[in-house]
Design a protein around this ligand. Structure first.
Ligand SMILES: Cc1cc2nc3c(=O)[nH]c(=O)nc-3n(C[C@H](O)[C@H](O)[C@H](O)COP(=O)(O)O)c2cc1C
Length: 191
């Protein structure tokens, strides 16, 4: 049985981030053909094209680009900042997309889950993120969409996902993503 490697990119650096707790829930689910791990984006300096033009990118860029290249699929779990994508996550997408002609995201399956303490569940971040993913050619699952609003009400005092409805939704979202990713990976294999 093949194992597919999925990188989770979390759009929040906060220690007690709710989005990190959702990522943790995904990591704790039963083993499947898909193996998940969180990719650290906290150490990436702000993208500056000079690094690449001068052939001297920071070691953290090189490491990150190698990690992305080795993935079969990408799952974004993100907060919303001022109705858009947190800068740390946008920066990671930019770093992975360059130098020109060496876009590491190209053709990989992806999905987006956004969450917020507010009622709209990070809808703005979710859709702004989709706009960038179109350009870097990440093949992003359309349905089911995932906007988790009022996220604090879904978590227990231990910080773990507690609401049964949320657990069921996250498991069905994960299953749908894996089916989506598998279809794309197999289609690529036939090219
Ligand atoms: C700079 C900043 C901007 C924010 N903008 C939004 C926003 O546009 N929409 C929203 O629903 N919540 C917004 N929030 C609140 C976040 O939903 C909340 O801080 C949440 O806990 C962030 O996710 P995290 O727990 O994973 O860090 C914002 C928070 C910060 C720090």
């Amino acid at each position: 049985m093949s194992i597919y490697h999925v990188g989770i990119l979390v759009g929040s650096l906060r220690k007690e981030s709710y989005n990190k707790k959702i990522a943790q829930f995904i990591l704790e689910q039963e083993e499947s053909q898909f193996s998940y791990r969180i990719i650290d984006i906290s150490e990436l300096p702000l993208y500056n094209q000079d690094f690449d033009d001068e052939g001297n990118p920071p070691a953290s860029y090189t490491r990150f680009r190698q990690e992305i290249a080795a993935l079969d699929a990408v799952l974004f779990i993100t907060a919303e900042y001022n109705r858009s994508v947190p800068a740390v996550l946008k920066n990671a997408i930019d770093v992975g997309s360059r130098p020109y002609g060496k876009n590491k995201w190209d053709g990989k399956p992806a999905a987006i889950l956004s969450s917020s303490v507010g009622a709209y569940g990070g809808f703005g971040a979710n859709h702004h993120l989709r706009q960038s993913l179109v350009f870097v050619n990440l093949l992003t699952m359309q349905q089911p969409e995932a906007y988790l609003g009022d996220i604090t009400t879904c978590l227990g005092t231990d910080g773990k996902v507690e609401s049964q409805k949320t657990k069921d939704f996250l498991r069905s979202f994960k299953n749908a993503f894996e089916q989506w990713a598998e279809r794309i990976i197999h289609t690529k294999g036939q090219d």
